[in-house]
Design a binder for this molecule. Sequence first.
Ligand code: GDP
Ligand code: IMO
Ligand code: MG
Length: 424
Amino acid sequence: MNCCIIGLQWGDEGKGKIVDVLAEQCDIVVRYSGGANAGHTVVIGDEKFALHLLPSGVLRENVICTVTNAVVVDPETIIKEIDGLSERGISLTGRLFISENAHVVLDYHKMEDRLREESLGKNKIGTTIRGIGPCYADKVGRSFAVRMGDFRDLGALEVKLKTIIEYKNKLFGALYDAEPINCDELFEKCKSYADRLVPFTIDTTELLHKSINEGKSLLFEGAQGSLLDIDHGTFPFVTSSNSSALGMSSGSGVPAKLVDKFYGVVKAYSTRVGGGPFPSEQDNEIGQYIRDKGHEYGTTTGRPRRCGWFDAVAVSYSATIGGIDSIAMLHLDTLSGIEELKVCRAYSIDGKETTFFPANVARLEQVQCVYETLKGWEEDITGVRNFNDLPSNAQEYVLLIEELTKVPIIIIGVGPGRSETIFR
Ligand code: GDP
Ligand code: IMO
Ligand code: MG
């Protein structure tokens, strides 16, 4: 069986935890999009792992891990992750494979990301400054792109880098009065990246299809969230890849029809980092309570996450465009202690109610949430392992969301650890 894990909100839903839990039953985990903007946390006992580029399946020692074509690979970050895991006794030798066709994030991408965000002032997107947008832009532009396979031929890469740096220096100098990038220094760095990463670099499409033919089971790990999808999210406050379920096949080279189950991951409330509309946001003591209790600070940037009520309109949209079969809802424990809970069941736009999410930002900015109100619960639920043992108000909360999203909720998170999970 092959399955795919997708965030249905604005990222940070808890995909890392769910991938780690489900990876126990699979042979290969496939990270297929995004870059080091992602931060996937896995908690095992007292140990915490924050992964940016390596698939979360990496913590299961007999699982093969692949980083496929549509991922933008920051060599510095991935080398740091490989070394960090090795220091903690987790070896990747012989089980990590990076696509030769994946694009490479270099220093000038991060520089451009930062310079552009600074120049936009209050109109900035609020990116993670990991060079994601500039790298994907170079990929689409083709002429100045560097792929992982380019590290195999350093002579050709040196010539290519000279052309790229000449262009970037003219551009950044003219637009931002920036210091020129030193091409020789960058090339030296590339030589060390090549040393470390060429041994992992292969044709991952071939590996995945051979593995499928051998009956191996694949787990596709989405990054970011569906509402950050470049084509279907809240543009321009999105990332630069297809981070909804729709990006899985183009990102990996495996057709969606070979995936048996698409699991959507949500939190029991909503969060968002960076700019952009967030209709159910609670910029008040409720939002602060959730932020404190749920430790809602970015895994990648440490920024406080904006928090709000669960938005069933937004999640239904993500589930619909993604063909989601079932939902894993995490952080139910974080809502313990809130007297009254709200769930957004519809939007009101110009006095009319709708349950279809308008991804167009100009329209989304005008919506008012229409809420259902439910009674909360006081109990600490982190020790609960059966749905029927949850306080009845917590059960009703889950059932209401299931009814509104029309997708069965089959996994519930009551804490960050592997075992703090309820299967229904
Ligand atoms: P991802 O980007 O989707 O993998 O999510 P992040 O790792 O960025 O953020 C999710 C955070 O919630 C992490 O710190 C997880 O350890 C934590 N977490 C996951 N599931 C649960 C849960 O059910 N309850 C609580 N309290 N924390 C959880
Ligand atoms: P995971 O995989 C939450 C957000 C940024 C910003 C926007 C664009 O951990 O869920 P970018 O650096 O991609 O150009 O930033 O997207 N963003 C995320 N938010 N979780 C993520 O990843 C994110 N990756 C990007 O905060 O608003
Ligand atoms: Mg995250």
